[in-house]
Design a protein around this ligand. Structure first.
Ligand SMILES: [Cu+2]
Length: 209
């Protein structure tokens, strides 16, 4: 029996009911489609509290692996302060780099797991590549809020754990035309189930540019 089981067994019923209601706080469901109305996967969706007050997120690590000369996942969304590691699961060596202002870095030719993860401490888009394999590309959207998600194949993303209040809801996709302001809309979250939709000026299924 682990600590959590002990804690839950020791709880009174009202306490358990409260725990359940906290765990099941209503989500914000966001549906993203492309210019022609098709579901758009791999879109970063995030809610920035209008008050500027931010709760911390517990998970502050992520991983982008290299396998079959590709980065996986293609799109990663993290909160500022997250460390990302870049394990190489290929037999060839890779040289991972970024020239993006939000995080400039360089992990020289390596195999296996590089010694140190990279800290992403500024919000923005980070495009990563490999010096050896030009076709390798991946995107990291660093956001200054713990409320974020990525759309699945049906174009849907679910934001959990928002406290009621006003937010700016944003949707970023790597195929948005360069220099475009990140599309946003106000979100007034009452605590009840909420849905929002975005239609972005991009084409679904288009190869990363
Ligand atoms: Cu490579």
């Amino acid at each position: 029996m682990n600590f959590h089981e002990v804690a839950i067994r020791g709880m009174t019923m009202p306490a358990l009911a409260m725990l359940t209601s906290i765990a099941c706080a209503a989500p914000v469901t966001v549906q993203v489609s492309d210019a022609s109305g098709q579901p758009l996967a791999d879109t970063a969706v995030y809610a920035e509290p209008a008050s500027g007050h931010l709760a911390a997120k517990a998970v502050r690590t992520a991983e982008i692996e290299q396998r079959a000369r590709k980065f996986s996942p293609l799109v990663t969304v993290v909160q500022t302060g997250t460390e990302i590691s870049f394990p190489n699961n290929d037999t060839v060596r890779h040289h991972v780099y970024s020239f993006s202002p939000a995080k400039i870095f360089d992990i020289k030719l390596y195999s296996g797991v590089p010694g140190k993860p990279i800290l992403f401490d500024k919000p923005g888009t980070v495009v990563i590549g490999c010096n050896i394999h030009d076709q390798m590309v991946a995107y990291i959207q660093v956001v200054s809020t713990p409320y974020f998600a990525k759309t699945d194949a049906t174009g849907k993303a679910t934001l959990d754990g928002l406290v009621p209040g006003k937010y700016n809801l944003k949707a970023w996709h790597f195929n948005l035309p360069a220099g475009t302001r990140i599309p946003e809309q106000p979100l007034d979250f009452s605590g009840a189930d909420t849905t929002a939709t975005f239609r972005l000026n991009v084409k679904a299924g288009m190869a990363p540019n």
